[in-house]
Design a protein around this ligand. Structure first.
Ligand SMILES: Nc1ncnc2c1ncn2[C@@H]1O[C@H](COP(=O)(O)OP(=O)(O)O)[C@@H](O)[C@H]1O
Ligand SMILES: [Mg+2]
Ligand SMILES: [Zn+2]
Length: 490
């Protein structure tokens, strides 16, 4: 019979467990001193050892060598517990119907003495899922537990458990397991399975697992079977796990280094159109640059890589609830650009309110403020179209995010001294952002400076649908974000 690796390697003794040190120490001590509680409550995420620990308690109590923290793993009771078919260990999954039936006659069940063992163990998984009726039955038995019974209740959602239950149990909060602990477990398994895997791969597996030992082992297994008979390295692991192929990441790095923000934006828009999750892309990208800087120091300097990764995670967090992840990506690249430019000693100064600064500087230099200059009406629409790329670039120099906002926009017409700029329908929020004064004024002033004109600018949606003008709450949120955060790029 085929056993998945995490089942095959369920720890048979406390020594094989990884992480959760203080919990395991306390339980071992209880076994050693024969002071096992009549009810435990194990709270924590999936796959960190709650069920496994419960089974180890069952073993420690029922091993034929007597109550021990070091079960023999040879006697029939130990072996039956490993197989999960020990008659005095009753595992109830409260999430399934079977569990509810079992709980119904729990009261009868606990009255029977253990058949072959010393203590009868009830392991109730996902105990928060019990029906009210079952909960009450459980509560009663917890009030007056017979001496031959030990309960181990496990849950991933402690908030849903009544205080009256919690207070009757010895509670332990399991935590996601740390990297070093999971790493050594995976190394042990790879040794036993004769699989060669490098440390960077292990790190990547760990990150994907979120600290769940079971998930780590499952991911490890997936990779091992995909590359059966081969040595596993970082590139192979990333290739298999990533939604994004390494080539894409390398291409992106190249574009970032070319220092053309516009191209980065186009690249990400393309990814987005291909249906690649931009969040995942940036996560994979982060892992890649950090790992590769460790090995090769080839992409960005280590300190920049760290800064970049910081920015990425911070932004992902801030945009957690945002549906359109393109925005997130624009924010990230403008910040990355800032980091990289600073390093090169380039002076990227973002003038916050370009208009006011302009006027102010002119007065300072003894010139008249810009508003009072005589205005010539020499502006020509075809010229604007020709200059459009340059206009966007100039806007970006004043404020990097404008590059992102304007990259999809184009001049539509010039009428009555008003220049109309069009946005494709899917860039509606960019239009909204440009309509904010602090953004719009920059563009107006750049255009008027260039042509020595005094035109106004209006924004439109190309192929505009009737009600596309309404600012939905998401857009409002994003505007807020840009208003509050991005403008602060200096
Ligand atoms: N702390 C741990 N140490 C070693 N292996 C673990 C640990 N936690 C989980 N595992 C592995 O994951 C599998 C599932 O663990 P389990 O105890 O059922 O997790 P939980 O009950 O917390 O969801 C086990 O068979 C084992 O291989
Ligand atoms: Mg479990
Ligand atoms: Zn034994």
């Amino acid at each position: 019979m085929y056993l998945s690796l995490y089942r095959k390697y369920r720890p048979k003794s406390f020594e094989e467990m990884c992480g959760e040190d203080h919990i395991l120490r306390a339980i071992k001590n209880a076994l050693k001193n024969n002071k096992v509680s009549h009810a435990y409550l194990f709270n924590g995420p999936r796959g960190v050892g709650k069920t496994t620990t419960a089974r180890l308690i069952a073993k420690g109590l029922n091993c034929k060598t007597g109550i021990t923290d070091n079960p023999c793993n040879k006697c029939e009771n130990c072996l039956a517990i490993d197989k999960g078919n020990f008659i005095d260990m009753i595992e109830i999954d409260a999430a399934s119907n079977r569990g509810i039936d079992e709980i119904r006659d729990l009261k009868d069940k606990i009255n029977y003495k253990p058949v072959v063992g010393i203590k009868k163990i009830f392991i109730i998984d996902e105990v928060h899922m019990l029906t009210k009726e079952a909960f009450n039955a459980l509560l009663k038995t917890l009030e007056e537990p017979p001496a031959h019974i030990v309960f181990v209740l496990a849950t991933t959602e402690i908030d849903k458990i009544l205080d009256t239950i919690i207070s009757r149990c010895q509670r332990y909060d399991f935590l996601p397991v740390a990297y070093d602990a999971i790493k050594s477990r995976l190394l042990k398994i790879s040794e036993l399975e004769n699989i060669k895997i490098d440390e960077d791969s292990l790190k990547l597996i760990y990150e994907k697992s979120g600290g769940s030992v079971r998930d780590s082992i499952s991911i490890f297994e997936k990779i091992a079977s995909a590359y059966f008979g081969e040595e596993i390295n970082y590139d192979k692991t990333l290739d298999l796990l990533g939604t994004v192929k390494i080539e894409k990441i390398k291409e992106f790095i190249k574009i970032l280094k070319e220092d053309k923000l516009e191209n980065s934006i186009k690249f990400l828009d393309l990814l987005w159109q291909e249906g690649i999750s931009l969040e995942d892309f940036f996560r994979d990208f982060s892992n890649y640059i950090v790992n590769q800087s460790l090995i090769l120091n080839d992409f960005f300097e280590m300190k920049d890589s760290i800064k970049i990764v910081d920015i990425i995670y911070e932004t992902i967090f801030k945009f957690k609830t945002e549906d359109d992840k393109r925005l997130l990506s624009y924010v990230i690249i403008s910040k990355i650009n800032e980091i990289l430019n600073k390093t090169k000693g380039k002076n990227v100064i973002i003038k916050e309110v370009y208009v006011e600064k302009k006027g102010y500087n002119n007065i300072e230099n003894g010139n008249e403020p810009i508003n009072n200059l005589e205005l010539k009406n020499s502006i020509d629409f075809d010229q604007i179209k020709k200059d459009w790329k340059k206009i966007i670039e100039e806007s970006g120099k004043s404020k990097i995010s404008l590059l992102a906002f304007l990259v999809q926009a184009f001049p539509l017409k010039l009428e009555n001294n008003i220049l109309y700029i069009a946005f494709p329908d899917e860039n509606k929020y960019h239009k909204n952002l440009m309509e904010k004064k602090e953004n719009g004024n920059i563009l107006v002033n750049i255009v008027n400076d260039m042509y020595n004109s005094s035109i106004d600018i209006k924004y439109e949606i190309y192929n505009e649908k009737k009600n596309s003008n309404s600012v939905d709450s998401n857009v409002a949120k994003v505007i807020n974000f840009f208003g509050g955060e991005i403008i602060e790029i200096r």
